[in-house]
Design a protein around this ligand. Structure first.
Ligand code: NAI
Length: 475
């Protein structure tokens, strides 16, 4: 967008100015524009944000490359004779980039077709809903809106002594740009990002060690799910060390580095991936004197309809203290726009959003885990069914995994309202849909068990798990 000549107060006035063009910001812009609002979107880099350029999309593309490698590696079992696979990481990374570029072009066109004005530059919210856009060329423009939505996103957290250098120590940002695959790697932090990277690397032949500070990896997941991921990871050759703190690393003259952790233990590796969470990227986004409200961890404080303490200013996405998921950002963008339109939206129930972790085996869940439900005071009935007996999973040769349902115990001791659906196994990120609906519709086990699942399909396992909870079962 043309930035005009010098500072122009009031030259561009919009219904809504959005700062940040990641999922939270572009969803606000697209949804607002589809409701007839005039929208300006300020983006300092490229629209699409972390999700499209340094997160969900490129990481999942690499995971898909790992899946192709696995398929070719096991082709012989299916009677398909292929050369043993080898990795050409340069080609892999180029393909990832083509996917990103295609999605970026699509998003840019969509914003244009919705007549969203995209301003290139750094946006800073000043008083009276004015936003200064500072371009890379040194020019600045003032735009203003009846409403402003802050969606500045997040940045990878680092650990002192493990500052990313793009050669040996990486966060997800640098790692996704790597042109060759390391022979050995330590992944610090066994959360969603850590497990996705560990899985990709191990499938591609890297010897991976996960160092996790807490007693288990994937701390937010149901313990039974984590147990299956841990066993599958061990089968891939991933070493998992939990309850350990890293203390430092010493680069080696021959390349790579030696990581110290725990009680004086050391491991020499080619690469270190730091995946210990993400912090809000609010620095420079809010001018002094504008009191949107920032909490002690740096997140913008937002109420259930994403309003901040500053009248007429909303905040969405990773910069507010809600699950840092692109689809949660989308949902928050829509809530903010509905609120701006005066439609009195209902806030998001964050305890029941869908989670999807794309390591292999995949993890997907919505609602309470067994321990969280008990902690919240529920008496529960649970049921677990393994993919081992599922025809489609046996055909695929991917039987590691299960569906677990957590339901509220009724007065007569039966399984009642569904509180949580937790899945681990093949394509569960694509199967969670009906579990998500069941939990959020507050359906009962009897209601859901009455529905028919297609045969043979992976989703039969969800139906079988529900059916078993009625007290009768088929398989
Ligand atoms: P995370 O918060 O999910 O996990 C970080 C892990 O690092 C935790 O298990 C924590 O205990 C551990 N940790 C922290 N400090 C440590 C230390 N010094 N030494 C060892 N372990 C340490 O953060 P992650 O994986 O970096 O992801 C960031 C955000 O992005 C999360 O909110 C995550 O949910 C989201 N995300 C979601 C994805 C998905 O749903 N597929 C994919 C990627 C990210």
């Amino acid at each position: 967008m043309d930035q005009g000549n010098g500072n122009e107060s009031g030259a561009h006035h919009y219904d809504v100015v959005v700062i940040g063009g990641g999922p939270g910001g572009y969803a606000s812009a697209l949804y607002g524009a589809s409701a007839g609002l005039r929208i300006a979107l300020v983006e300092r880099d490229k629209v699409g944000g972390t999700c499209l350029h340094r997160g969900c999309i490129p990481a999942k593309e690499l995971l898909e490359s790992a899946a192709v490698y696995r398929t070719v590696n096991h082709a012989k079992e299916f009677g398909i004779l292929a050369e043993p696979p080898a990795v050409d990481w340069g080609v892999t990374v180029d393909r990832k980039q083509r996917v990103v570029d295609q999605m970026f072009t699509g998003l840019s066109s969509l914003l244009k077709s919705r007549k969203v004005d995209v301003f290139d530059g750094w946006g800073t919210l000043g008083p009276n809903h004015q936003v200064q856009v500072s371009g890379a060329d040194g020019r600045s423009t003032i735009i203003s809106g009846d409403a402003v939505i802050l969606a500045p996103g997040s940045l990878p957290r680092t650990i002192p002594g493990f500052e990313p250098d793009g050669r040996v120590v990486f966060t997800s940002d640098e790692f996704l740009e790597l042109r060759s695959i390391p022979a050995t790697a330590v992944v610090i932090g066994g959360g969603a990002i850590g497990c996705e990277f560990a899985s990709t690397l191990a499938d591609m032949g890297t010897q991976v060690t996960i160092l996790e500070a807490l007693p288990k990896i994937l701390p937010g997941c149901d313990a039974d799910v984590t147990g299956i991921v841990e066993r599958s990871f061990k089968k891939k050759g991933i070493t998992i060390r939990t309850g350990v703190a890293v203390t430092g690393h010493q680069p080696r003259p021959e390349g790579g580095t030696t990581v110290s952790f725990g009680d004086g233990e050391q491991i020499a590796v080619d690469a270190v991936v730091v995946s210990v969470g993400r912090r809000p990227a609010t620095a420079g986004v809010i001018a002094a004197g504008v009191n949107v409200g920032i909490d002690e961890r740096g997140f913008i404080v937002a109420d259930p309809t994403c309003r901040t303490a500053e009248p007429g200013v909303w905040a969405v996405g990773d910069a507010i203290a809600t699950p840092q998921l692109a689809h949660v950002g989308y949902a928050e963008g829509m809530v903010a726009i509905k609120d701006i339109l005066g439609e009195s939206p209902i806030g998001i129930d964050y305890s029941r959003v869908p989670w999807a972790i794309y390591c292999q085996p995949e993890v997907a869940f919505a609602g309470y885990s067994e321990s969280a439900a008990i902690e919240a005071g529920y008496e529960v009935v649970t049921s677990k069914h393994r993919y081992l007996g599922n025809g489609r999973a046996v055909i695929l040769g991917q039987t590691d995994g299960m569906v677990k349902v957590i339901a509220e115990k009724t007065a007569d001791g039966r399984a009642g309202r569904i509180l949580g659906v937790h899945m681990v196994g093949p394509w569960v990120t694509e199967q969670l849909g009906q579990g998500y609906l069941a939990v959020n519709w507050e359906a009962t086990v009897d209601e859901v068990a009455a529905f028919i699942q297609p045969h043979p399909s992976l989703s039969e396992l969800f139906g079988e798990t529900m059916l078993a909870m009625t007290g009768r079962s088929l398989h």
